[in-house]
Design a protein around this ligand. Sequence first.
Ligand SMILES: [Zn+2]
Length: 341
Amino acid sequence: MHVNLDYGTLKIGDKVTAKVDETKRRLTARNHSCTHLLHAAIGEVLGAHVDQKGSYVDSEILRFDYSALNKPSVKDLKAIEELVNKKILESIEEKTLVLPIEEAKKLGAEMEFSEKYGDTVRVVTFGDFSKEFCGGTHVKNTADIGVFVLEYDTAVSSGVRRIQGRTSFGAYRYFAQKTSALNYVSASLGGALDSELGPRIAALKENVASSGKLIASLKSKIASSSAKSLEKEFEDVNGTKLLVKTFDGMGREDLMKVGDSLKVKYPDYLLFLIGKNDDGIAICAFAGGNGAAKLGAGKAIKLAAPLLSGNGGGRPEMAQGSAKDLSRLAEAITCLRDALK
Ligand SMILES: [Zn+2]
């Protein structure tokens, strides 16, 4: 036995009283006995080849590690959970047999992982369903476990999986938590019934997907219509059509769309498009014909972006950059105009 001393000292010959937390012990016994039922249920559902690789039990949870090459199906896990609950409901009495080890082995009792066994062993049985070598504390009857919930099944290492579950008050707390999560979802959907949640969420997802498509098509429509309304704003600089324009709320991708619909308007052009949104200030430049020959998009950005506390570059036909401050935009426009003259 191990003792943690919170205060004081202990001497040989001192009398001590050991006190057990009854509730904790009871809940732990429930989880422990349920682990035996779970072990048997896994064997029955997944096949007798399943070996125990370890287990952990406290007053909150139970964990059971077992050998498995594949992930069990949702159906198998449900079957395991249901079988354990059936055995709880059957109110099977616990019987502890104290036997010579050879006799116990003949009974086909399961040996717990890494336990050491003497000549005489305890075999804990729940009817014919579960027989295990075990020295732990158990419930008197499976009905004492109350209810079992299989929380999850996960891989812990290659070929070893772990099931975690809860019983009794722990299971109640698990269900209560799930219920409040469901209630929250239901309230968010305007008080939908549980049975309506699946279809309602599926409909919402579909709605979001089609809204996304609609937004994308609206964006490109806006881009082409704003391209049309911008025709008047082009300035003729010595035969090259120059447009410098700032768009609020537009990002780089939107600028590219606007640029694509604007660059077909004139054979000789230089477009210097600026987009401002939460991500910052983006610049996209496009040039063609004389505009590309005289200055080009890449050089236009190299020339003007530094005046806007930015930088960038690219090809003569298309270039990108970014800026931080548009207060000297007029100066930048003059620079571009002069370069095209
Ligand atoms: Zn045990």
